[in-house]
Ligand binder design. Structure first.
Ligand SMILES: [Zn+2]
Length: 182
């Protein structure tokens, strides 16, 4: 993580601990090669490998995973916390963690970019209650992506050609919680 983001993470973790909430980083910064490994594993394994249409196969992976080159995890500002399974945040300890993050993460500069999908967030990855983004830096990088990142630039892995058809930049990279854009 970038130093400023990591400092904010530490502050947030200390505050959470005082409230009896134990936060844990599962994943933070991932480079292109790492993200390509994740993508390729999903591309080549069941059930996705049964999908013949390239765009549909990419779309299935894009429910939760970004195309290499387009992930916020490349930015050094984004973290996955505690569990990669949304159901874990719906009761017990997980619910307590998510409630705490919803109420307090913004104090430390963090926002949940992949909020519930619906009217206000019609496209993009499914909801990820574990993924938090350090906004003071990430919102600037979102604007850089908006201006400079083109679907045609997303290349170098199996299925990359679907980026143009699916308009990955607009629908996924920019398909985020409006509170993370301001
Ligand atoms: Zn994530």
């Amino acid at each position: 993580l970038r130093k400023e983001a990591y400092t904010a993470v530490k502050k947030m973790f200390t505050a959470a601990e005082k409230d009896g909430v134990k936060l844990k980083i599962l994943s933070a910064t991932r480079n292109f090669t790492y993200q390509k490994r994740i993508w390729l594993a999903k591309w080549l394994s069941a059930p996705n490998n049964k999908i013949k249409d390239t765009s549909k196969r990419a779309e299935a992976i894009l429910e939760y995973s970004a195309m290499p080159g387009s992930s916020r995890h490349h930015w050094g500002t984004d973290i996955d916390l505690n569990s990669l399974n949304g159901g874990d945040f719906e009761s017990g300890v997980g619910l307590k963690i998510y409630t705490w993050l919803s109420e307090n993460a913004s104090t430390y500069g963090f926002c949940q970019p992949y909020s519930k999908k619906g009217k206000t967030r019609p496209t993009g990855y499914n909801e990820e209650k574990w993924h938090w983004s350090y906004l003071p830096i990430a919102q600037k990088l979102t604007e850089v992506a908006r201006k400079k990142l083109k679907n045609e630039m997303i290349t170098g892995f199996l299925g990359a050609e679907a980026a143009v058809k699916l308009d990955v930049v607009n629908n996924y990279v920019l398909g985020i919680n409006k509170d993370c854009v301001k």
